[in-house]
Each structure stands twice: as C-alpha cells, then as structure tokens.
Write a protein that binds this ligand. Structure first.
Ligand code: GLN
Length: 209
C-alpha cells in the first residue's frame, strides 16, 4: 500500500487528501495520507502534494519546520510531487517575489496573481497533455499565478490565455489551478500514477481486481 503526504503548514489540505484517495481508489490502490506539519514524515512518503494557499506563508513554514530539504530529497529520489497554485510558486525556480524562498524543483518563473483582479477566480476547460482521456479538464483558478519562462527540462502540459498553467519536470507536476477542488481526479492520476516522464519509476500499485 502507498503512503502519501500533503504539506499541511497552510492551505487547502483536506481537499488534496480526498483527491489522492479518489485517484488511488480508482486504480485499486490502498493509500494512507499523512498531513505534514513537521520534519520526519516526508521520508516515509511515496508521493507528495503541496497545496494552494498563500505562497509566502507556505514557503516560510516549510523552511522553518525543516520540511524543505526533505521535499528536495523526495524529488531527487524520483518520487512524485504535485504542486498546485501557491505550491507551484514555492516549487518554482523564480517566484519573482523576495518573500518566497523557492525550492527550485521546477525550472519555471512565475508571476503571482497574474490573471487580474476582475478575474480573481474563474473556471476554464483545459486541454491537458497526458490525461487519461481527451475530455477538457475543469480547472479552477483562484488568484492564480502564471508561468512565464519554462526552462529546457520542463514541459508545458496546458496553457490558458496563451500562458502556461501546467508544467512537468521529471517527477514534479505543477499547476496554476486547483485540481483538488473538483471531483475530477485526473490531474492527481497524471501526477502520481501516469507520469510519462522517462525518469520516473512507476509506483507499485497493488490491483484489487
Ligand atoms: N495568490 C496566492 C499566492 O500568490 C496563491 C493563490 C492560491 O493558492 N489559490 O500565494
């Protein structure tokens, strides 16, 4: 059975835990989800999610609690990480905000709150590379960042308004939107179970069938 972690220093944690459970269950996998508020838990996790919330707060707490180096080691070991919205900003290599101490796990620059005040929050049907089927993904954006520069090692999986909003680099998938806020768990499935990046070992899924 799998062990999952959701970085739980701040942000929409329970929704990610639910989405991980749904994605795992759909594949006949057992999963135990831990909420990560301190160091020492990440090393036990097969997969990790870093949620949306407020990126300066999440960044400050993952460093002060000693979780940041463990997340880096998790990714260096080729284990999957899904970083959403504020989590994407923290995982990026250039948050363009000196209050965010970035982890540098995704070779992208981001612009916080890029989609404008009048569109603080919106839903968009996205075409996302690598999903299990071709149906548009109902992406919820809430004061979302945009992705400005995508380095050579990262691939754009989806764009909106001509700006990248989902990227993958090895075992890391980052989204500007909130895949945990819809019943559609295909992004969690992509990040954790069907990441096609060559250097990501498949998770052992014990099929119940
Ligand atoms: N605007 C937030 C930030 O920049 C991110 C918003 C979110 O995670 N929903 O930190």
């Amino acid at each position: 059975s799998l062990t999952a972690g959701v970085v739980a220093v701040q942000g929409d944690v329970e929704e990610h835990a639910d989405a991980i459970e749904r994605a795992a269950r759909a594949r006949g996998a057992e999963v135990t989800v831990h909420e990560i508020r301190e160091s020492g838990v990440v090393p036990d996790c097969d997969l990790l999610a870093m949620p949306g919330g407020e990126s300066t707060t999440i960044s400050r707490l993952v460093h002060s609690e000693g979780i940041a180096p463990e997340i880096r080691e998790h990714v260096a070991a080729g284990k999957p990480l899904l970083a959403t919205c504020a989590g994407l900003i923290v995982a990026s290599s250039e948050p363009n905000d000196e209050r965010v101490d970035e982890l540098g796990l995704l070779d992208v620059a981001v612009e916080r709150n890029a989609f404008g005040r009048q569109k603080d929050s919106f839903e968009a049907p996205l075409s996302v590379d690598g999903l299990a089927d071709d149906d548009p993904y109902p992406a919820v954006f809430i004061r979302a960042p945009a992705i400005d520069d995508v380095g050579g090692d990262a691939d754009v999986l989806a764009s909106w308004d001509d700006r990248p909003v989902a990227v993958r680099e090895g075992p890391v998938v980052g989204t500007a939107f909130h895949p945990e806020l819809t019943p559609d768990s295909r992004i969690h499935g992509l990040a954790f179970f069907e990441n096609a990046a060559a250097d990501v070992p498949a998770l052992e899924v014990e099929k119940a069938r």
